[in-house]
Design a protein around this ligand. Structure first.
Ligand code: 4NP
Length: 157
């Protein structure tokens, strides 16, 4: 499985999603590739937001070495599953992917936790630290749901 987490900036939400899922994948011994990207491309090469790093650290997760990158249409070919955080991310991924767009690969990440409800993870970029805690909590549950779905025999999470 190759899974890509996508948000707007690749600064706040998707770096956390990448770090959380990778940690669970490593703990369960799965041979999955996890990455993240943003549709904005403004922060290329930047580390995750300081509050994303801070909340991750509180859960023993070091995401400080992650580097922001732009989502490309090649990602649509290279990954098996692409999770977006909100509707805007979905439309951006569709636009950037052009002819490569594969609707079967792309979904709102919260549809793994609340199937069919099309819930979104709001962008914490404009708010305070508390928003990042809420993002972490919901992503943690969503990542558990992803592992339960694609690796149902793994019981160590
Ligand atoms: P993210 O939040 O999509 O969760 O990474 C944002 C980060 C940066 C910007 C927007 C949203 N920005 O405008 O630079």
């Amino acid at each position: 499985m190759k899974i890509l987490m996508v948000c707007l900036g690749n600064i706040c939400r998707s770096p956390l999603a990448e770090g959380i899922l990778r940690s669970k994948v490593e703990k369960t011994g799965l041979d999955w590739v996890i990455d993240s990207a943003g549709t904005l491309g403004r922060n290329e090469g930047c580390a995750p937001h300081k509050f994303s790093q801070k909340i991750a650290k509180q859960f023993d997760l070091d995401i400080s070495q992650q580097k922001c990158r732009y989502f490309t249409k090649e990602d649509m070919k290279n990954f098996d599953k692409i999770y977006v955080m909100d509707d805007e991310n979905y439309l951006d991924v569709k636009r950037i992917s052009g002819n490569y767009f594969d609707s079967g690969k792309v979904d709102l990440i919260l549809n793994e936790l609340y199937p069919g409800e099309d819930r979104i993870i709001p962008d914490p970029w404009y708010g305070g630290e508390d928003g990042f805690h809420k993002v972490y909590e919901i992503l943690d549950k969503a990542c558990d749901a992803i592992i339960r779905k694609y690796a149902p025999t793994m019981h160590s999470i």
